[in-house]
Ligand binder design. Structure first.
Ligand SMILES: Cc1ncc(COP(=O)(O)O)c(C=O)c1O
Length: 439
């Protein structure tokens, strides 16, 4: 893992000038020696670059690197994690089809399923990810995809992916896993049954809070030709491109990524800039060192916060009340990353006092930075959801999400104690002025 994180996709001998680090190819278009070569590229008779909206050499290095790290057969890099989720789902779901998703998802993904995906004629059902019977029941003849996060945002819930994937595959349903919070340093969804893995590379992969990026990885287990009538857009001749995507590649390729790139990356124009691809490549070089260190700090802080006055609940997979403790032990031996949440007794007022008292943590709606971050999901990342949806993903008015970075553990703990002290200092209902007597 640590070797591939540094070497996969780029060898200094590959470039013209021996550049040691992957270079940024800052170009919109690519010169071709003759008319025929560009013509063949557009006719999909050869591979190469024509225009950077649909492919760039720096971005291709990143695609090769994440393919190696996830043990997949190919990848597409796009402009953001949201673009990765959108493009992967658009490529798999056509109007009239159905998706079953975990109800523990990033708020932006839930909004996409509820709003834009519905506009595109795709219905979705959400289920409690730990209720295997619920996954089984929610899948219908129209279901094409199940979607879940390997570590869910913001409560860090883990799912028994092997079990969910077995249920989905028995019904010829593709398993898409958003593995943003885990990253391949902690968990490889393809080894547990995922067919497609998506990442917001904005988070741990880039790792330093500098860059938006998204990745879609094909793990190689999905073959649309097994059930051609369910995947007509891949298994029949595409009018626009003149090819059948499922047949275009070797027998071990699904054709899904070629279809997604040709159609959705090109049409939506959600292109990853080459400079951003290089930032993500640099971030990945230290991923294998960062993730266990971040996970250890996070677990230690979650355990120290558990049971403190003013806290109703701490959500981290290492804690005894959690249903996924066993999954953590079995599937996440290197830790469960740096995101967890606490529910404060005093609701949003307590959450605001807690966040405002912190000096080392930055109030920001990001995770996966080397800096520790804090936010109030109920009024930010999950604010557009219904009360029921918020409740389902464990977000209450008193929930605070923490994303632990790489600062010193004791400094972080001292800061969190400042937050707890501010909560304790809030007036309690008993301190409030007595109500004036009625005349
Ligand atoms: C799990 C998860 N998936 C996807 C996204 C969207 O990624 P981006 O912000 O890079 O578009 C996020 C963003 O927070 C996320 O946490």
């Amino acid at each position: 893992m640590s070797t591939q994180a540094i070497h996969a996709g780029w060898d200094a001998a590959d470039g013209d000038h021996g550049a040691v680090a992957p270079p940024i190819f800052a170009t919109s278009a690519y010169a071709h020696p003759e008319h025929a070569s560009l013509k063949n590229l557009f006719a999909r008779k050869c591979e190469g670059f024509a225009y950077s909206r649909s492919g760039n050499p720096t971005t291709a290095i990143l695609e090769d690197r994440i393919t190696a790290l996830e043990g997949g057969i190919g990848a597409i890099a796009v402009a953001s994690g949201q673009a990765a989720v959108t493009i992967a789902l658009c490529a798999l779901l056509e109007p009239g089809t159905h998706l079953v998703a975990s109800n523990r998802l990033y708020g932006g993904t839930t909004e996409f399923l509820d709003d834009t995906l519905q506009d595109l004629g795709v219905r979705s059902t959400t289920v409690d990810p730990w209720d295997l019977g619920a996954w089984e029941q929610a899948i219908t003849e129209d279901t094409r995809v199940v979607l879940l996060e390997s570590i869910a945002n913001p409560g860090a819930e883990l799912v028994d992916l092997d079990a969910v994937a077995a249920i989905a595959h028995a019904r010829d349903v593709v398993v898409v896993v958003d593995s943003t919070l885990a990253s391949p340093a902690l968990y490889r969804p393809g080894e547990h049954g995922a067919d497609v893995v998506v990442h917001s590379a904005t988070k741990y992969l880039a790792g330093h809070g500098t860059t938006l990026a998204g990745l879609i990885v094909d793990t190689g287990s999905f073959d649309p030709r097994r059930c051609p009538e369910r995947w007509r857009r891949l298994t029949t001749r595409n009018r626009r491109f003149g090819v059948t995507f499922a047949d275009e590649h070797d027998s071990d390729r699904s054709g899904l990524l070629a279809y997604a790139r040709a159609k959705y990356v090109t049409d939506f124009g959600a292109t990853l800039p080459a400079a951003s691809a290089q930032q993500v490549l640099i971030g990945i070089e230290t991923l294998d060192l960062r993730m266990p260190a971040i996970s250890q700090r996070c677990e230690a802080l979650a355990q120290r916060l558990d049971g403190q006055a003013g806290i109703a609940r701490v959500d981290h997979p290492s804690l005894a009340h959690r249903r996924d403790q066993e999954i953590a032990r079995r599937d996440f031996p290197r830790g469960t990353a740096g995101v967890f949440s606490v529910q404060l007794d005093g609701g949003e007022e307590a959450a605001a006092a807690f966040c405002d008292a912190l000096e080392l943590f930055t109030i920001a709606v990001n995770v996966g930075d080397v800096r520790s971050l804090v936010c109030h999901p109920g009024s930010t990342t999950h604010s557009h959801l219904s009360d029921t949806q918020r409740e389902a993903c464990g977000v209450t008015p008193g929930t605070v999400r923490l994303s632990i970075g790489l600062e010193d553990l004791e400094d972080l703990w001292a800061d969190l104690q400042r937050g707890l002290a501010a909560v304790q200092a809030l007036p309690t209902p008993a301190d409030a002025e007595p109500a004036p007597a009625l005349a």
